[in-house]
Design a protein around this ligand. Sequence first.
Ligand code: PTJ
Length: 251
Amino acid sequence: MTHIPDSHPRAASLRLRERLVEGLHAGVVSETGLIAHGRGEALDYLLGEQTHRFAREALTAASALLRLATHPVMTVNGNVAALVGPELKGLVQHHPWLTLEINLFHYSRPRAARVLEYLRHVGLPRVLHHGDCEHPAVLAGLESDRRWMHPDGVGRADVVLVALEDGDRCQALVNSGRRVIAIDLNPLSRTAQAAHVSIVDELSRTLPQLDQCLQRDQQTSRHELEARWHAYDNRVILGAATTALRTGIGA
Ligand code: PTJ
């Protein structure tokens, strides 16, 4: 791994690249995952590489929705595994009621096994994979390999947290009646537009903040969580994120 000195002005961004390249060499990240990351990097640069107020508001709504859920599931693709393996471990340690399931666009059984092994290595031994069950469920309206669901995971989820997701899967999840929370740096993407809550922020920066929000909300009453969720308007959040991207003015 390349040594990146702390004094380097772009150290954080370069370290994320290193995580992805390591994931690529481990067969966890697909080649197109690097392209997807480059797009995210450019958007993050335009947003000043900081968590804006619109993202913080979306995070609090996401926390309410996850706390109110009966069976919340987060799905993990190759980029997510490589970018935030340790942060995912922290999240699940603090919130063991949150189920993780892998879901890959560029699917093959050996690749799925490599992602599972990678996650096991960072301390996540219990990640669901539809390939491990005899009768996986199918998400209607989707033809890609993203349609497969573990019956104990997304198959019976009422709230699904996705990151760096394809628009058609996000839309199919919404159409299925599930509530969807998306982490995506592009407020104009079909994913961000279709989700019920869109956190427009960089994944590795925002996941620990979601973890903290969820920890704070352990003490929050159900009534308060419901009120917060009902007051939330994703259109307003997406409008603010788009304005910040186009004008450079955000909070
Ligand atoms: O591992 P697989 O086979 O499931 O494939 C995963 C990728 C990421 C390749 C696949 O889902 C894909 O092609 O995604 P897209 O359609 O390129 O969408 C990725 C979205 O995430 C884009 O809107 C990017 O701007 C955004 N994005 C990229 N990196 C980050 C990000 N958002 C938050 N944090 C990032 N680090």
